[in-house]
Design a protein around this ligand. Structure first.
Ligand code: ADP
Ligand code: ADP
Length: 229
């Protein structure tokens, strides 16, 4: 687990006359183990910010640190970050167990450790009875839990969620939200969750970052941001 520091973070796409500034100096300190939701309208820069934290997008100015390490200085292979996307592809020819174990196998973890980590994650995500199935033999919700399991087994310092609920129907959205809350309760991993949905922000967040036009407009608890119900 680790804190996340955003220090005057700036991003522009392109350069010179074609420069398109999209993040205008964002500052935030996210505590170790905290669940923070970044909320704001489409195009306000949420995904860009998240991708910069993941090290998937270059920073144009300022600094992002995870724990005491600056993101741009961490080798990709050493990044203890797991990202859950809107659409995730499972390997269709592999079982649930193999899908979850794959990232650990290529990191050459010993088989007994792989087994232990997959079993633990499967327990939390209620997948223990499905480990030998193929993805096509699972429901949409189960597939999504496998995708989360794949992120968990890596034992990351930080979880990044990029609108993971927005393609789901209402029922599955509520169910998955509860699973994400359970995950955070049980593992306590520092989490950054991006959404355009205020209800998701209010129900999931310990603190909310409100973004607008590439700027951070507010950063506070749901009560501070939206007032008491
Ligand atoms: P959000 O996630 O809040 O919808 P994004 O971070 O995706 O917003 O986008 C922020 C702004 O950056 C938008 O104006 C978008 O058009 C622009 N943008 C995003 N990615 C790129 C890119 N690869 N090249 C140029 N502009 C981009
Ligand atoms: P893996 O995703 O199992 O780490 P990859 O070869 O796909 O393996 O990725 C190599 C590196 O790229 C990762 O260690 C990580 O730093 C970065 N990366 C890839 N996918 C993601 C992701 N979904 N979220 C964050 N970082 C990622």
């Amino acid at each position: 687990m680790a804190s996340i520091s955003l220090r005057n973070v700036v991003k522009q796409y392109g350069s010179g006359a074609k420069a398109n500034p999209v993040i205008h100096g964002v500052n935030a300190e996210i505590a170790d183990g905290e669940f923070v939701v970044i909320v704001g309208p489409s195009g306000c820069g949420k995904s860009t910010l998240l991708r910069m934290v993941a090290g998937l997008e270059e920073i144009s100015g300022g600094e992002i640190a995870i724990g005491d390490r600056v993101v741009n200085e961490i080798e990709p292979a050493e990044r203890d970050i797991a990202m859950v996307f809107q659409n995730y592809a499972l390997y269709p020819h592999m079982s649930v167990f193999e899908n979850m174990a794959y990232g650990l196998k290529i990191r050459k973890l010993p088989p007994e450790q792989i087994r232990a980590r997959v079993d633990k994650a499967a327990g939390i995500l209620e997948l223990s009875h499905l480990l030998q199935r193929r993805p096509r033999e699972l429901s949409g919700g189960q597939r999504q839990r496998v995708a989360m399991g794949r992120a968990i087994v890596r034992d990351p310092q930080v979880f990044l969620f990029d609108e993971p609920l927005s393609n789901l129907d209402a029922k599955l959205r509520v169910q998955t939200r509860l699973e994400i809350q359970k995950l955070h309760r049980e593992l306590g991993v520092t989490s950054l969750f991006v959404t355009h949905d205020q209800v998701e922000a209010m129900t999931l967040a310990q603190r909310i970052v409100v973004m607008n036009g590439g700027r951070m407009e507010q950063f506070g608890t749901p009560e501070e941001v939206y007032g008491r119900p």
